[in-house]
Design a protein around this ligand. Structure first.
Ligand code: FE
Ligand code: CA
Length: 484
C-alpha cells in the first residue's frame, strides 16, 4: 500500500495500562473529515514498542489488520512488558511512519507506588474554544489522563452563532457522521499532544450520542426507541473506533460495556462508570427544577442493577488505598437556586434519590478504602463532601467528590465568586466552586490526595497561560475535602 497523503493525521494514542502492557491506537485516515479517504480493503499496520524515544531498543512488535468495517482503526493490545515503566511506540503502514507516542505500564498488583500523578478532564466542545488546556496538560508530567465524557458534541455547525470554530455537517446520526465528527476533534494538535504524552482512561457522557439521553430514550420525545437505538449503535461504534479501548470493549449493536476497573497496584484503583447506558429516564423532565414524586421512586437507577452490584463488589474487594470512581454526573446533592426555593438538576445522581442513597449508604456500611468520586459534565469546578444526608450540615461525611470543569464547553469562563458564596451558604457539602475552563491535576501518595484546579482564563483565542486557581487535599482515612 502506498499513500498519496499521510494516513496518520489523527495522531496516536494509548490507554488501559496494566502491569504488563497497554492498548495502542491509531486510525488510518488520509482524508479524515470525509470518511477517512481509505480504499475499502484491509491494510496491515505494524507497531513497535521501545524503551527509548528514538525507537532504537525495540522490546515488542506486532502487526494488526486495519479493516474498512472499523474505519481502518487500529487497536493493538500489548503484553509481556515490565511493570511500572515508561515506553515509546509508533506505527507503520506502507512506507508511512506515525509520530512516536509515550506510554507506561501500571505497577505490579502487590506494589505500593510512592505517588501517582494524573489529570481528569471532560466536555471539549470544539466550537466554543481552543484546547489550550490540553496543550498545558500535555506538558505536565502525568502518568495518566482520565476523560470523563463529552469528548465530542453532536450538534450541527451553524454560521453566525459567534462560536470560534465550526462543526462540519449536520447534527450527527449515521455512522459516517459520527466518524467524521470524532475525526474533526482528533485533528486538533493540542488534543493529539495530550494523547501522545501518556496513556488515557476514557468513559463517555451523553454528547457522544445525544444530549441528556437515558439508556434507550432520546431527549426528543418524538424519537422512538428503535430509531434511537440505531443511532446509539452508530455512536458507540464510532466511539470505540476512536478511543484507546481494549478489544473487549467493542460494541455489539447498541450495547457496549465501558464500566471496568483499572488498578495501579496497591496505591490507587480507578473504577470507571457508565451512568448513561443503563439509567432510568430523568424524573420530572430534563431540567433543573423542584423535585417531583418520581425523584423518590425506589426503582430508579443511574447505573443499572448489574453495574451497581459490580461497583459494590469491586469496591469491597479493592486492594487499593485510594478508590477513584471515575464517572460523569454530580453525586453531591446541590440545591441550585438561591433562597427558600429548592431546585435540583434532574440529570444528576440527586434526582435518582434511591440510587444516591444506596450509594452513600454503601460507603457508610462497607467502608471501602478512601472513595474519591471524579466527575465531569457540569462545566464548572467543585469540591464536595459526600454526606449521608446532604440536608444536614452535621451529617457524616462518607466520601469525597472532585468535580472538574470543561476543557472548552460554555466558552470563556469566570471565577464567579459571588455564586460560589451563594451555593456554599445553602449547601454544606460544597467546599469550592469556580466557573473557569480547565481541568484537575491530582497527585496521590499513600498518605494524601492533592487536587489542583488548573484553569485557563480564556479559550476564545489560543495561548492562555495556566493558572492553579485552588488546591484541596483529602487525607488517607479521613473522607472529605480540606484546604491544602
Ligand atoms: Fe458537557
Ligand atoms: Ca434554595
Amino acid at each position: 500500500m502506498s499513500f498519496r497523503e499521510n494516513p496518520f493525521k489523527l495522531g496516536v494514542a494509548s490507554g488501559e495500562p496494566s502491569p504488563t502492557g497497554f492498548l495502542l491506537w491509531t486510525r488510518l485516515a488520509p482524508d479524515p473529515l470525509n470518511g477517512g479517504g481509505m480504499p475499502p480493503v484491509n491494510i496491515e499496520v505494524d507497531w513497535q514498542v521501545a524503551v527509548d524515544e528514538q525507537m532504537t531498543k525495540v522490546v515488542a512488535r506486532g502487526t494488526e489488520v486495519a479493516i474498512p468495517d472499523l474505519a481502518h482503526a487500529v487497536h493493538a493490545e500489548v503484553f509481556g512488558l515490565q511493570p511500572d515503566r515508561w515506553y515509546f511506540y509508533r506505527f507503520r503502514a506502507g512506507n508511512e511512519i506515525s509520530p512516536v507516542g509515550r506510554t507506561r505500564t501500571a505497577p505490579a498488583n502487590e506494589h505500593l507506588l510512592d505517588g501517582l500523578r494524573f489529570a481528569f478532564a471532560s466536555c471539549q466542545h470544539y466550537e466554543t474554544g481552543y484546547y489550550t488546556a490540553f496543550e498545558h496538560m500535555a506538558r505536565e508530567d502525568l502518568d495518566v489522563i482520565v476523560h470523563l465524557g463529552d469528548y465530542i458534541y453532536e450538534g450541527a455547525g451553524r454560521e453566525g452563532d459567534g462560536r470560534v470554530r465550526k462543526h462540519t455537517g449536520q447534527e450527527i446520526e449515521t455512522l459516517e457522521d459520527y466518524r467524521n465528527r470524532h475525526a474533526l476533534y482528533r485533528t486538533d494538535k493540542d488534543l493529539q499532544a495530550a494523547h501522545q504524552a501518556c496513556p488515557w482512561i476514557v468513559t463517555w457522557d451523553d454528547h457522544e450520542v445525544d444530549n441528556n439521553y437515558a439508556a434507550r430514550i432520546s431527549q426528543d420525545a418524538d424519537v422512538d426507541v428503535d430509531s434511537f437505538l440505531t443511532r446509539r449503535a452508530h455512536a458507540y461504534q464510532a466511539y470505540y473506533e476512536h478511543m484507546p479501548l481494549r478489544l473487549g470493549a467493542k460494541p455489539r449493536g447498541a450495547d457496549m460495556q465501558l464500566y471496568r476497573r483499572v488498578p495501579f497496584g496497591r496505591l490507587l484503583e480507578f473504577q470507571v462508570l457508565d451512568t448513561r447506558q443503563y439509567r432510568s429516564d430523568q424524573p420530572c423532565g430534563d431540567k433543573t427544577g423542584p423535585e417531583c414524586e418520581a425523584v423518590f421512586d425506589p426503582q430508579t437507577t443511574i447505573l443499572g442493577d448489574e453495574q451497581e452490584q459490580w461497583l459494590y463488589k469491586t469496591l469491597r474487594e479493592s486492594p487499593a488505598t485510594w478508590n477513584a470512581i471515575a464517572q460523569q454526573v454530580m453525586v453531591a446533592r446541590v440545591d441550585r437556586t438561591p433562597g427558600e426555593a429548592r431546585e435540583f438538576s434532574m440529570d444528576k445522581w440527586s434526582s435518582y434519590r434511591a440510587a444516591l442513597d444506596r450509594f452513600t449508604g454503601f460507603l457508610d456500611e462497607a467502608k471501602p478504602s478512601n472513595p474519591v468520586v471524579l466527575t465531569g459534565d457540569i462545566h464548572t469546578n467543585w469540591a464536595c463532601d459526600l454526606m449521608l444526608d446532604f440536608d444536614d450540615s452535621n451529617s457524616k461525611v462518607v466520601g469525597t467528590e472532585y468535580i472538574g470543569t470543561s476543557i472548552t464547553s460554555s466558552g470563556d469562563g469566570a471565577p464567579r465568586e459571588d455564586h460560589a458564596a451563594e451555593l456554599q451558604s445553602e449547601n454544606p457539602c460544597v467546599r469550592f466552586f469556580n466557573g473557569e475552563r480547565g481541568y484537575v491535576s491530582c497527585e496521590v501518595t499513600p498518605d494524601r490526595w492533592l487536587s489542583k484546579y488548573q484553569v485557563v482564563e480564556y479559550v476564545s483565542r489560543p495561548g492562555a497561560p495556566l493558572v492553579t486557581r485552588a488546591q484541596f487535599v483529602t487525607e488517607n482515612g479521613q473522607p472529605g475535602v480540606q484546604e491544602a
